[in-house]
Ligand binder design. Structure first.
Ligand code: URA
Length: 224
């Protein structure tokens, strides 16, 4: 009896996983052909993001740079190399985590993303991806991704401090590029990453977020 019950449960879990995986792939395909904002005109490749559908932790950067735009993959340039080192400090590897960005296409001359670009891209893609993955912990890298969840905060004040928002622990961190360009930031970001295992363990004691309380409330988004 127990064996039959557990195998049915496993079958059910596998079906859910496969449906979620199909949905994540569908979003990636939509991203590749997206023309919802003018950024599509200048891109070589859109960068949907990548990682396992059951990742316990999601990292959100700002947007693709030169190397990401060429390869269609997130964080593959110098910031990505440093991100790999930071993940190692937290006992993590790339294959364990989902890495995405606020916007999926490289802005011209790497300029800051505009409010309308952020709004359409996150609503159409990023928040759907997060809902499917349903991570307990989200690490925002830099001020643009932090602002999705904590629009009124300053990253210099709250980096490394987890906040529970809609059932997920949001951990604002400096962007790896900030540490590359300003070496005095390096010890800060390294110390924040070293604390991630503790934060992830803490998240195990929280209830898994449900579909209804998933992404940021609309009034936060409309502040852009
Ligand atoms: N910087 C980001 O914010 N995202 C990337 O994917 C690469 C660099």
């Amino acid at each position: 009896m127990i064996v039959a019950g557990s195998s049915q449960w496993l079958y059910y879990l596998e079906r859910c996983r496969s449906v979620a995986s199909d949905e994540l792939q569908k979003i990636a395909q939509e991203v590749h052909t997206c023309k919802l904002c003018p950024l599509h005109q200048g891109r070589v490749k859109a960068v949907p993001g990548e990682g396992p559908i059951d990742a316990k932790i999601v990292f959100i950067g700002e947007g693709p740079g030169y190397h990401e735009d060429r390869q269609g993959r997130p964080f593959v340039g110098p910031s990505g190399k440093f991100l790999d080192e930071l993940l190692a400090l937290a006992g993590l590897q790339r294959q364990d985590v989902f890495i995405g960005n606020v916007i999926k296409c490289r802005p011209p001359q790497n300029r800051d993303p505009l409010p309308d670009e952020i709004d359409i891209c996150t609503r159409t893609y990023l928040f759907r991806q997060i809902e499917i993955i349903n991570p307990r912990v989200i690490v925002t890298l830099g001020r643009f991704s932090m602002s999705l969840y904590l629009p009124k905060e300053r990253i210099s004040r709250i980096h490394g401090q987890p906040r529970m928002i809609n059932g997920r622990l949001i951990v604002p961190m400096l962007h790896p590029a900030a540490a590359l360009h300003q070496p005095q930031n390096r010890p800060l970001i390294e110390a924040d990453f070293r604390r991630l295992p503790e934060i992830m363990a803490q998240s195990e004691h929280t209830e898994q977020p449900g579909a209804d309380d998933a992404e940021p409330p609309m009034e936060q988004l409309s502040l852009f």
